[in-house]
Design a protein around this ligand. Structure first.
Ligand code: B12
Length: 138
């Protein structure tokens, strides 16, 4: 059976809460079990929530423009805590200024994210990807 437990939250000192609630609702509508740690969440809170729930994926949101800093070392920390296979996605408003998307994406790939979403990408796209990725891991 596919593990459909997903941890979501808004990373770092980011207090934007509206998108987080929408994502929670959309995931539930699509049959996922959501563990929502909310806004203002440090990396370790995502990891603890995933460990406690045995989640299959973590979806990190960053809205306020400092996502890259907040996400540094996230995959390493997951590995350190025994979450080697967990899917890591990130989206919202990542990347600032007028830098090209490919450079931003490359850096998030280097951090170890499996899927990195351009600003403006809807959560429905992530839901499609989640279904594919989780089916592959089964
Ligand atoms: C409301 C708001 C606030 C409120 C937040 C209240 C609250 N409790 O949520 C307050 C006033 C507190 C605030 C503060 C700040 N804000 Co503000 N805020 C906004 C505003 C106007 C709306 C945000 C919102 O609710 N949007 C609606 C929801 C539905 O959209 P969303 O949050 O983006 O989420 C969707 C998508 O991002 C996406 N998504 C999110 N996560 C993920 C993950 C994945 C995987 C995927 C695929 C998609 C995805 O799906 C979500 C649902 O549709 C936006 C401008 C705008 N029009 O968007 C600025 C905005 C987000 N804020 C901004 C900034 C800069 C700030 C401040 C830093 C300002 C300051 N200098 O103090 C602070 C940061 C405070 C902090 N510590 O976080 C910038 C961010 C710029 C950037 N990232 O490059 C924006 C874009 C305004 C701007 N044009 O400059 N803000």
């Amino acid at each position: 059976m596919v593990n459909k437990k997903i941890v979501i939250g808004v990373i770092g000192s980011d207090c934007h809460t509206v998108g987080n609630k929408i994502i929670h609702h959309k995931l539930e509508e699509n049959g996922f079990e959501v563990i929502n740690i909310g806004a203002l969440s440090p990396q370790i809170d995502f990891i603890n929530a995933a460990l406690e729930s045995n989640a299959a994926a973590i979806i990190v949101s960053s809205i306020y423009g400092y996502g890259e800093l907040d996400c540094q070392g996230m995959r390493e920390k997951c590995n350190e805590y025994g979450l080697k296979d967990i899917l890591l996605y990130v989206g919202g408003n990542i990347g600032t200024g007028n830098e090209d998307w490919e450079s931003i994406e490359k850096r998030f790939k280097k951090i170890g994210f499996d899927r990195i979403y351009k600003p403006g990408t809807s959560i429905e796209k992530t839901i499609e990807d989640l279904k594919l990725d989780l089916e592959e891991k089964k």
